[in-house]
Design a protein around this ligand. Structure first.
Ligand SMILES: Nc1ncnc2c1ncn2[C@@H]1O[C@H](COP(=O)(O)OP(=O)(O)O)[C@@H](O)[C@H]1O
Ligand SMILES: [Mg+2]
Length: 596
């Protein structure tokens, strides 16, 4: 299992993250919340004041000074209300931003510690949605959730309190009663509306996907004469968009007529019952005016309160997902007492048998071999024979069983991970390149890549000329926004990246598969020359080189070649020895080689 057993099931375990965040900045949060609440309480005074103005006017002899006093008070309250409400919201938002920032960083750091097997069982789409939407939803909980619930509650309580004081509970209840359904309406219709808007969005996404596919696959579509099929597919997508948008329109229309209905009910009750109370002189005209203003004023905060419930409900699953992710324990970690040394010397593999976590099949069986510094080991085998798995174990992307892989006489498990990986220059099978310039990709191991060194490495990898042909040479951007490279160019760039790193161990995992035979020969010769010229000058002599390939030609100069099949070494020896032995599997590989 990936998830640690300690994840005891609280009712809402995710809330712990938020609670601890709020506790950490409790001073600022208290200030922010206090200001927001204060602003809303002030806002609740204004209808009351306007009521008093009304009573004053009604008395028939309004004094200019008195009226100016009211105007000044309203102005002052308005100004205070705006500044405190605004300031408080900004404070809470700033802090909430900090939480999303922190969560994203924590997630990213966690992901960097996890091994490929984790990514094997989780789609990258899911992970991206964790990093974006889940974190945003949690951010909303803190910022919108806190701001809206505090300001809504403060305004509601302030208004109810003032009304109770001046008009008694009967009218307060009658006037505000219908409004209390507004949060329920929001709570009920809000999620449906959001879901529907999401579905409309997805329908739109499906259409753009079809468009993209059509544009990118236009050759295949034409060649297979599938224009009709794609046309009707597109029509269906467009129909779906219309349908989903209509549903959305109906739902939001329902919502935006029900809420005013409640407000109007409140008005009717105020007019009827309140009017009667004014006529019977139980309350003043001013109280009546204040009451109608409250009905209008409270609509928004009550909608907000309903909204808060929705934000909360939506945030719980997101919080739980984030919490669960943060609790994943990486499978590969430093041993408890790592050696204080960098790996150097020969790689010795001793009876290595390996199966992937969670699998019931050995992918590697009883492998034993050794490569000394200055030597090259070739590994060939058909697809699925376990070549990349072996490379992954040498890099400790997965942990091999203890004692089966030794480097310089020490168990590979005893080296600190960081030092082990620093000591290995690796070219992955797909020659993955990152977005950035060509120079940054070649000097990937270097925070500040050196141009002339990158050029020398590119020359060894026979890609220097190609790079000079790019629009901006070594400063050309790679990736979606930049130059598109052929598979062979990518692989050679990845090899240049390996050479640049100049590490004592180099592993190339089928890194020449998309390179033509002549260029392959040149690169291999360059690599050999490089290693010979260096081995003389460096102590410890030369690098350990492992070349993995499905073609025999890529390993013909290796000191030893292992032929892997279904995780076993079925033949081994030099190129001549293997060819003269003419074993079945070797022949199969050699044969495949010719047909490429
Ligand atoms: N992460 C994984 N989990 C389980 N099985 C895997 C995993 N990666 C590879 N395998 C299996 O291990 C075997 C060897 O794969 P691999 O080392 O990639 O072979 P090669 O590089 O020789 O093509 C294959 O049968 C493959 O299906
Ligand atoms: Mg492979």
């Amino acid at each position: 299992m990936n998830v640690s057993a300690s994840g005891d099931s609280h009712a809402m375990p995710g809330l712990r993250i938020v609670a601890s965040h709020i506790r950490q900045s409790k001073v600022i949060y208290s200030a922010g919340i206090g200001m927001v609440a204060g602003g809303s309480l002030l806002a609740a005074q204004i209808p009351k004041l306007l009521g008093q103005v009304t009573d004053n006017l009604r008395s028939g002899h309004p004094g200019v000074r008195e009226m100016a006093g009211f105007a000044g008070a309203i102005l002052l309250i308005g100004a205070l209300r705006v500044s405190t409400g605004w300031g408080g919201r900004v404070l809470v938002h700033l802090k909430g931003r900090e939480l999303t920032y922190r969560l994203r960083n924590e997630l990213f750091e966690k992901w960097c510690t996890l091994s490929p097997s984790y990514y094997h069982s989780h789609s990258s789409g899911d992970l991206i949605s964790h990093a974006l939407s889940d974190v945003d939803i949690v951010g909303d909980l803190v910022t919108l959730g806190l701001n809206q619930s505090i300001s809504g509650m403060a305004m509601l309580l302030g208004a109810v309190w003032l009304m109770l004081l001046h008009t008694g509970w009967q009218l307060t209840f009658a006037a505000l009663g219908p409004l209390l359904f507004i949060p329920l309406l929001v709570e009920w219709l809000g999620p449906a509306i959001r879901l529907q808007s999401q579905r409309a969005q997805e329908a739109l996404g499906a259409m753009s996907q079809t468009t993209e596919e059509t544009v990118e696959g236009i050759r295949a579509i034409k060649a297979f004469r599938k224009e009709e099929v794609f046309n009707s597919r597109f029509e269906k997508r467009v129909d779906l968009i219309v349908e989903e948008k209509m549903r959305f329109a109906r739902l939001s229309a329902l919502f935006s007529s029900l809420v005013p209905l409640m407000v109007n009910l409140g008005f009717i009750l105020t007019l009827g019952y309140g009017g009667y109370l004014v006529a019977t002189k139980v309350i003043s005209l001013g109280d009546f005016v204040a009451m109608t203003l409250y009905v209008a004023l409270l609509r928004m905060p009550l909608e907000q309160l309903g909204n808060v419930v929705n934000i909360f409900q939506r945030a719980i699953p997101s919080l739980e997902r984030i919490e669960k992710l943060l609790q994943v324990v990486p499978e590969v970690v430093d041993s408890e007492e790592p050696l204080d040394a960098s790996p150097a010397g020969a790689i010795t593999v001793n009876g290595l048998t390996f199966r992937y976590p969670g699998s019931d099949r050995d992918v590697l069986q009883e492998l034993s071999f050794s490569v000394k510094p200055g030597q090259t080991l070739g590994i060939i085998g058909v697809m699925g024979s376990g070549k990349s798995t072996l490379a992954d174990l040498l890099l400790r992307l997965y942990d091999p069983p203890a004692g089966t892989i030794l480097v310089g006489g020490h168990d590979i498990l005893d080296y600190p991970l960081a030092r082990l990986r620093k000591a290995i220059a690796y070219v992955p099978q797909d020659g993955f390149l990152f977005s950035g310039t060509v120079l940054e990709n070649i000097g990937f191991s270097d925070p500040d890549p050196d141009r002339s060194r990158a050029e020398r490495c590119a020359a060894v990898a026979a890609v220097h000329e190609n790079i000079l042909g790019f629009p901006e040479g070594y400063l050309t951007e790679i990736g979606d926004r930049g130059v598109r490279m052929s598979g062979g160019q990518k692989q050679r760039l990845a090899i240049a990246r390996m050479i640049y790193k100049d590490a004592p161990f180099q592993i190339m995992d089928d890194s020449l598969s998309a390179v033509d035979a002549r260029t392959e020969g040149i690169i291999l010769k360059n690599l050999r020359n490089l290693s010979n010229s260096r081995s003389g000058s460096e102590e410890g002599g030369g690098k350990v080189t492992i070349i993995i390939s499905h073609r025999l030609s890529a390993v013909q100069d290796a000191d030893e070649i292992l032929v892997l099949d279904e995780g076993r070494i079925v033949e081994r020896g030099t190129h001549e020895a293997l060819v003269s032995m003419g074993g079945d599997l070797c022949r199969a590989v050699v044969h495949a080689d010719r047909s490429v």
